[in-house]
Design a protein around this ligand. Structure first.
Ligand SMILES: Cc1cc2nc3c(=O)[nH]c(=O)nc-3n(C[C@H](O)[C@H](O)[C@H](O)COP(=O)(O)OP(=O)(O)OC[C@H]3O[C@@H](n4cnc5c(N)ncnc54)[C@H](O)[C@@H]3O)c2cc1C
Length: 478
């Protein structure tokens, strides 16, 4: 902790935001002079922002600090707070919330170089760097012969996804990402680096697992990992494509499926591809350690509807997410609207489809997506619901409408489409209160919608650890 005390005096000069009309170049110059000498290397300041999944309302930092060590994170946080400079950590860059606002002088703390993934001797614990994306985490995990509960898309930050809850292919077996966290190394608003566990900082540990980005920057996390043979690292998965007239049957089949712990299923509305980009209905069944026979049996009700195309196969762990790589493409405008709900209602989904088809045919909007996720939740619900601040173990399904386009003149139609889809899901959500997974939320929701019953306790934890609201970029709890 010495460096924090030492550098606090060095950082005591004038606030950056009070300086008149500073441009990005001069902000960078100032950080090169004042901050860079205290970092692990002197060339970590840049004005080149790393790419993001969506350019819609993306943060535009004046300066990027490409941190290489956890001390770099602590020193940068201390510097920014001493100067009242807005800052934001970026990991996978997939966060789409419209809540980012760095202003003209903001600093992006690029965590990408904190991407180490290591395992203990018996592979029951993995330490994941705060900047490791899912692709990198799975590559290390596969090479080590172990499974980790991550999200299902390679581009997302492993901890970015987990800190909000963490849905993934293995959650039927191992619960949510937050349930698998054992400890966290965290830089809090005072620039301190803390080892946060259930016993060292119980409130912070609880709050970080559901609302992490509001409480600090996680430089690394120790999570449970599961030693696995090659056979344990296989799943039967892929895509089944249905013609649009089958939508109601597909929706009903997903509603009626009794998902066992080794199963999950997604449904997408996506482009059927070139040349026509006709809208298509694609489902992606997943059966852990399944094969063609067991996979077809587990999802017999979908096969009975008669898919037009069947692209399922047995796939190794390091390829499970490959089918989502197109969805991971960076760039383009993607204001996204999520909602949670209890039942798949065929009429609701027909109306959603109609909205999708209308928007997807607009120029540059052909890659727009609607996504529906259904997981086995028995394991996740066996965990004490108050053990983490993630509030929504009770929610059965999550969906997101993603208008995806390049032409800014489509912004308002995109928002109309996203809002319309979300309104449809909410209208038949069967929930006592509107509930949206924070990582799928748009940014305009009431805090109660994303934090649920955890909100007031989170607020008091936030006031204790971040009284000046430095971590305010992600569904700000304050
Ligand atoms: C293509 C795609 C696929 C997805 N798939 C899944 C999925 O399978 N399961 C799932 O649960 N979610 C999924 N999501 C949602 C995803 O979890 C959220 O978008 C998440 O916020 C992305 O984190 P990131 O690090 O990629 O994004 P970023 O934009 O880098 O970060 C998002 C927020 O989290 C904060 N943050 C990131 N890392 C840290 C850290 N180490 N410490 C503190 N704060 C941090 C950032 O500061 C920012 O406020 C997906 C999103 C996309 C775009």
């Amino acid at each position: 902790m010495m460096f924090v005390i030492l550098f606090s005096s060095l950082f005591a000069s004038a606030s950056l935001t009070s300086a008149a009309a500073v441009d990005a170049g001069s902000v960078a110059q100032r950080l090169r002079t004042e901050l860079a000498p205290h970092l692990s290397r002197h060339d970590l300041i840049s004005t080149e922002a790393p790419p993001r999944w969506s350019s819609f309302n993306a943060p535009h930092p004046a300066v990027v600090v490409n941190v290489e060590t956890e001390s770099d994170v602590a020193i940068t946080v201390k510097y920014c707070t001493s100067k009242d400079i807005p800052f934001l950590a970026q990991n996978g860059g997939s966060g789409w919330a419209t809540t980012f606002d760095l202003g003209p002088n903001g600093v992006l703390v690029n965590l990408a170089r904190l991407n180490q993934v290591t395992f203990n001797a018996d592979k029951t614990q993995a330490t994941i760097g705060g900047g490791s994306n899912i692709s990198n985490t799975i590559a290390h995990s596969y090479a080590a012969g172990a499974l980790i509960e991550t999200g299902n898309c390679n581009c997302a930050g492993t901890l970015g996804a987990i800190l909000g809850g963490g849905y993934g292919n293995l959650m039927g077996l191992y619960g949510f990402g937050v349930d698998n966290i054992l400890s966290l190394r965290v830089v809090t608003a005072d620039g301190q680096l803390r080892d946060v566990t259930a016993s060292s900082y119980p409130d912070l540990f609880w709050g970080l697992r559901g609302a992490g980005p509001n409480l600090g920057i996680v430089t690394s996390a120790v999570v449970k990992s599961y030693p696995a043979t090659e056979k344990d690292m296989e799943a039967w998965t892929g895509s089944l494509v249905f013609s649009p007239d089958k939508l109601e049957e597909v929706v009903q089949a997903i509603q009626d499926l009794e998902l066992q712990s080794d199963m999950n299923i997604f449904m997408y509305f996506i482009s059927g591809g070139l040349p026509a980009n006709e809208p298509a209905i694609v489902t992606t069944p997943f059966l852990y350690k399944g094969n063609v026979t067991s996979g077809r049996a587990a999802f017999a009700s979908l096969y009975a509807i008669g898919p037009e195309t069947d692209n399922t196969a047995v796939i190794p762990y390091n390829q499970w997410n490959a089918g989502g790589d197109a969805f991971c493409s960076f760039g383009g405008r993607k204001p996204s609207y999520g909602a949670g709900f209890q039942n798949m209602v065929p009429k609701t989904w027909r109306e959603t489809w109609n909205e999708y088809v209308e928007f997807q045919k607009k120029p540059t909007a052909e890659n727009s997506v609607v996504l529906l996720e259904a997981y086995s939740l028995t394991k996740a619900r066996s965990v004490d619901p108050n053990s983490a601040s993630f509030p929504y173990r009770n929610v059965n399904f999550n969906a997101v409408a993603i208008p995806w386009y390049n032409d800014t003149s489509l912004d308002s139609e995109a928002q109309s489409f996203g809002n319309a889809a979300r309104d449809l899901w909410r209208a038949t959500d069967g929930l006592a209160q509107t509930s949206t997974y924070i990582n799928f939320a748009h940014g305009d929701e009431d805090l109660q919608v994303v934090y649920g019953s955890s909100l007031s306790k989170l607020q008091s934890i936030k006031h204790h650890y971040d009284p000046k609201d430095q971590f305010r970029q992600w569904f700000n709890i304050n």
